[in-house]
Design a protein. Structure first.
Length: 586
């Protein structure tokens, strides 16, 4: 099916989050041991107030037994050891979960369709891989233990307190419904703000990525102030959201402190009266106060867990949406063994999304080993046609066949492996010249092959003059190379791929006359024996083509050889005459 699927609605439930975590296959043994040690640490902690109670009730140093002191020391040491190992193991599980998530996302991003990247900004996508997965890691490594410990601590402390003195326990528990009435609405607001913060962080990442990746354009355009204001707006929004979050925290934490202090005063006052009346021992009162502390602090831990949980659910919604997006059927389809067959484009129509058709009723045939040139005014749909043949997009109407087979039913890997694409921009990756020449070949390339390809592309002329030759770093996007040098690197890369189909998208348009002559020679070497489709605006490329297609406003309005179109196509004749005048001037 060629229609793009809609992103699935994953909702605000914790179930998709839990499923995503289980899909990463965390070590159940490590997780179980970590939680078990965490439980042991908490249980040991619950024993400390009881041991303290016995010490206090002993009244004097002489009455304290050695076993009581040893018991207290062992309890503290055991709690610290269990807690430390638990924290380490949970961190390890959290890191492995995040690594697995990032691996899945990265693998998915590389096979997503081009329309996905048309609709999603790069910064948002980067934020999903880095920031959203980081939130999930924080939940596991920092908040999961707090949740389990807090839950066990509260249940254990309340149970023990009921045995110690049920009246004081019931008095203490009256604070719970009052606190819930305050915390629930505040918690909802915190969740909303945290999601807005995640979205705004992604938007800010996009601003940074766009400005810094095109820093030379920014500087050449004197656009520093413009980009600064863009970033400042995002920073301002993040500041406003951070202040709103701070306001809610300014309400929550004092309330927690107020409740704690209020309960402490009530317990001390009421407990003091009961101690004085003999109904309660001093040790019982101390234990009660310690257990109260063991209840209040975990409540804060649990509230933090649920806040972070909401952030993680919001983050995983975006991660899941990405993982459910359409991907290219890279390994699916029938194999293509030989691309030296006629390529037939029949009644093809294409539009970007809901826009008007960019291409309409496109029909032509590329014979094996021939050169077809596509010419016409800018915006006519020439590059879009290349994108369809590369299978970056699929047509809404019509078919593209090689031989008798629909190219969209072939293995995408096999199809693209038969194509060499040299574009006007000639993209270059950061790394060495060797890295760029061998990029994507998928096989071991010998030095002899590299040098031969460079020679055929006339790239050896400048490479041999570089101090590091093939190990020379080209800089980000090949900034250390000239336009002509980048083009010759791209041509040499295509030669090493040894494609059966060659697509040249105005490969010499941005070059000066001297560079164009060299690059054109390299292209002539590359085109020998290959089915070639070239978008051209230079007459020199067009004249020798076996077939010329004149494309304007998304349709083919003329086809034939150079001489035939000069006679039959008025706009082509104007195009040719203009080129001749330009060439005479140059």
């Amino acid at each position: 099916m060629r229609q793009e699927k809609k992103e699935r609605n994953v909702g605000g439930s914790w179930r998709p989050f839990l499923k995503l975590m289980l899909d990463t296959k965390p070590s159940k043994w490590l997780l179980g041991i970590a939680i078990g040690l965490s439980v042991i640490s908490t249980v040991v902690g619950l024993a400390v107030p009881l041991l303290t109670k016995n010490v206090v009730d002993s009244f004097s140093i002489t009455d304290i037994s050695t076993m009581q002191i040893i018991g207290l020391c062992l309890a503290f040491l055991g709690q610290a050891a269990a807690s430390g190992v638990s924290i380490y193991l949970l961190n390890r599980v959290g890191q492995s979960v995040v690594a697995s998530l990032r691996d899945r996302l990265w693998k998915k991003l590389l096979v997503l369709t081009v329309p996905y990247f048309d609709k999603h900004r790069t910064g948002d996508t980067v934020s999903r891989v880095i920031n959203d997965t980081g939130i999930v890691k924080g939940l596991i490594t920092e908040n999961l233990t707090g949740f389990f410990n807090g839950l066990i601590s509260i249940i254990g402390a309340v149970t023990i307190l009921l045995f110690l003195d049920w009246k004081m326990t019931l008095l203490m528990l009256t604070a719970v419904p009052v606190s819930m009435l305050i915390f629930i609405p505040i918690g909802r607001k915190m969740t909303k703000i945290s999601r807005e913060l995640q979205d705004e962080t992604a938007a800010f990442t996009t601003v940074l990525d766009q400005a810094l990746s095109e820093i030379r354009l920014v500087k050449a355009s004197n656009a520093e102030d413009y980009e600064y204001n863009n970033g400042k707006r995002s920073i301002g929004k993040l500041l406003a959201l951070g202040i709103r979050e701070g306001k809610l925290q300014a309400i929550i934490f004092p309330i927690v402190g107020l409740v704690m202090m209020g309960m402490l005063v009530l317990i001390i006052a009421y407990g003091g009266m009961r101690v004085s009346s003999g109904e309660l021992s001093a040790g019982d009162l101390v234990a009660f106060i310690l257990y109260l502390i063991q209840i209040v602090f975990p409540i804060n831990q649990i509230s933090q867990f649920f806040t972070q949980m909401q952030k993680a659910i919001g983050a995983t919604e975006r991660i899941i949406a990405t993982l459910h997006s359409d991907e290219e059927p890279f390994r699916q389809g029938r194999p293509l063994l030989d691309a030296r067959q006629p390529i037939v484009v029949e009644d093809v129509a294409f539009a970007y999304g809901e826009q008007d058709d960019v291409l309409r009723n496109i029909d032509f045939t590329l014979q094996p080993g021939t050169v077809t040139a596509i010419v016409g005014p800018s915006g006519g749909g020439k590059t879009t046609l290349f994108s369809l043949l590369e299978r970056f997009y699929e047509p809404q109407q019509g078919t593209v066949r090689i031989g008798q087979e629909d190219i969209f039913e072939l293995s995408l890997h096999d199809w693209r492996s038969k194509i060499g694409y040299v574009s006007q921009e000639s993209p270059i990756i950061a790394g060495t010249i060797r890295d760029n020449l061998t990029y994507g070949t998928g096989r071991t390339i010998t030095d002899e092959e590299i040098e031969l390809a460079a020679k055929m592309a006339y790239a050896d002329v400048f490479i041999d003059e570089l101090p590091g030759r093939y190990e020379t770093e080209v800089g980000e996007r090949g900034i250390k190379l000239s336009g002509g040098q980048r083009q010759r690197i791209a041509i040499a890369r295509a030669i090493l791929r040894d494609p059966q189909i060659l697509m040249l998208d105005e490969a010499t348009s941005s070059l000066d006359s001297k560079s164009e002559i060299v690059v054109q020679r390299a292209l002539d070497n590359l085109m020998v024996g290959r089915t070639t489709l070239v978008i051209a605006h230079r007459l020199s490329t067009v004249v020798d083509a076996d077939q010329i297609l004149f494309v304007e406003k998304g349709t083919i309005t003329g086809r034939g050889t150079h001489e035939q179109l000069l006679q039959s196509h008025e706009l082509y004749r104007e195009f040719a005459n203009q080129q001749l005048r330009l060439e005479k001037i140059s």
